[in-house]
Design a protein around this ligand. Structure first.
Ligand code: XMP
Length: 509
């Protein structure tokens, strides 16, 4: 590898991956190591600095994760964050204040930027994100205190001669307003070349994938969503024809979905098996109205169909577009509660007994998109709203029939079309039509009608854990409603959903 590296020792903080993300944003490559990694393991010509992460333990406990002291002799600057700072204070003769309670939230530190490396260019007060039990009460000899709060006397400390730095707060969390500036100061102090970009990420992953897969065969479920599409292109770049993608049409796709995905991928020389399994899915769903039962049926049928196709390919590996937020959600970090069973997280790997290749595992959504662009994924494909695995099933409360799917597809296509024309598609995070199982009376021409009601849902969201309804202009809503009622047979009334999440969820089931 030609690029330079910061080694990050992971002491178990939920924010460790955020450190790598912030470094990448600043153009620096960070590699996470377990906390028991030795100096020997992380040394190298490309090493420019070391960051010790935060962690849930107390450094004063017996058996708490430790640090190989030889790391301080590697000749590169070391930055300890929270637990990392406390380790440094403990080992170099500082004093620690032990606390049984964890304090977390925003805090205001008073820093002095004048003689500081980390706070260079900053002065006075700034808001930071704290999350700690113990804190450093007195800095070790030879260290200057560069920031404090009324309750945390050593919020930051530096020993510039030895190039060792400690901070009690988390610069990687966006609530720390100068967090990125502080990390940039550290990187510059390390003499890091800030040239890391999506191209480097791709190069590096290509090498890793080739090493992992060897001459094996990989099968990947291509849904047409951003994550699986980017994973497919990245794997394809690495192993070419050893990758086969399987696209399963469960009959609950958006209008012309399969055709669109085919068009997007036609410029690439990808091997894709296109499976029309709509008969099988819709047959099993007949008469089912319970949301969780629908999800379970779709999930297990998907696995059946996919497994059948994978066996024909005789795959050794299962490729997946798992991203970092998926990893957090399925591990329950952050106390995620299971509200709905997501069919495309888990399930497949257990059943198929294939080894996993997940090249996007450490990336956040916007980084996946950047990687997609660098791999040549068309811009509009790259900017697509997420579409749930169970597809329109979760937007069709009540019984699912081919006819109702068709009505919904038509209404949804009009909605998306108008959003794109008006420029609102890019300003919303997710937008779709829902077909309610309610028939109401209307009048068209001289005739009484008794037809279905369509709900429009458009939301803005950072992470899809919470969402607000999008304030679409009345004139746009008017145009959409008129078109739907006029053009879609089976709908005579349109409503707009103005509920945020929580208390509602984004999807209807
Ligand atoms: P909810 O409805 O839980 O949705 O507010 C949050 C986000 O997750 C998507 N979603 C799914 N995605 N498989 C998926 O891949 C699923 O089973 C599934 N259910 C919901 C939803 O579209 C929204 O973006």
């Amino acid at each position: 590898m030609h690029h330079e590296r910061i080694a990050i020792l992971d002491y178990g903080s939920q924010y460790t991956r955020l450190i790598t993300r912030r470094l990448r944003e600043l153009g620096a490559f960070g590699l996470v190591y377990p906390s028991n990694a030795t100096a020997q393991e992380i040394r190298g010509e490309d090493l420019r600095g070391v960051i010790l992460s935060g962690g849930p333990n107390s450094v004063l406990e017996a058996g708490a994760p430790d640090l190989d002291a030889a790391i301080f002799e590697l000749g590169v600057p070391v930055l300890g964050i929270c637990y990392g700072q406390q380790l440094m204070a403990r080992d170099f003769g500082g004093e620690l204040h032990r606390s049984s309670q964890r304090e977390y939230g925003k805090a205001t530190i008073r820093c002095q930027g004048q003689d500081s490396i980390l706070f260079a260019g900053m002065a006075g007060e700034q808001v930071v994100w704290m999350s700690h039990g113990d804190h450093v009460e007195k800095a070790p000899e030879g260290y200057i205190v560069t920031a404090s709060t009324p309750t945390v006397p050593v919020a930051a400390m530096e020993n510039q001669a030895l190039r060792r730095y400690g901070i009690q707060f988390h610069p990687e969390v966006t609530h720390s307003v100068n967090g990125s500036a502080l990390l940039l100061n550290f990187l510059e102090h390390c003499g890091m070349r800030l040239d890391w970009n999506a191209g480097h990420f791709i190069e590096e992953k290509v090498v890793q994938i080739r090493t992992q897969v060897g001459s094996g065969r990989v099968v990947l479920g291509l849904s047409g969503g951003v994550d699986s599409s980017v994973a497919a292109l990245l794997l394809h770049r690495a192993i070419g024809k050893q990758l086969t993608c399987v696209f399963v049409d469960h009959g609950l796709m958006r209008k012309d979905e399969m055709k669109q995905v085919q068009a997007y991928f036609s410029p690439f020389d990808l091997s894709v098996v296109w499976v029309d399994a709509s008969q099988e899915f819709l047959g099993k769903l007949e008469g089912v109205t319970d949301p969780e039962t629908k999800r379970k049926i779709i999930g297990s049928t998907f696995i059946d169909v996919f497994d059948r196709e994978a066996k024909k390919i005789a795959a050794d590996f299962l490729g997946q577009g798992t991203t970092y937020p998926d990893v957090i959600e399925s591990s329950g970090i952050g106390g995620a509660v299971l509200v709905k069973s997501h069919h495309n997280v888990g399930g497949l790997p257990e059943r198929m007994k294939l080894k996993l290749v997940e090249p996007l595992r450490e990336l956040f959504k916007d980084e996946v998109r950047k990687t997609g662009l660098a791999l040549g994924l068309p811009e509009d494909m790259n900017q697509r709203h997420p579409f749930p695995g169970p597809g329109l099933a979760v937007r069709l409360p009540g019984a699912i029939t081919r006819e109702r799917v068709h009505i919904l597809q038509e209404a949804d296509a009009i909605f998306l079309d108008e959003l794109k024309i008006s420029g609102w598609y890019g300003k919303t995070s997710q937008a779709f039509a829902v077909l309610l199982p309610v028939q109401t009376v209307g009048i068209m021409g001289d005739e009484r009608t008794f037809e279905f009601m369509c709900a429009l849902r458009a939301v803005t969201s950072e992470d899809f854990m919470t969402a607000d309804w999008a304030r679409l202009p009345h004139e746009l809503l008017d145009r959409i409603a008129q078109r739907i009622v006029r053009e879609v047979k089976g709908i005579n009334r349109v409503v707009f959903d103005i509920t945020s999440k929580p208390p509602a969820t984004i999807e209807y089931e």
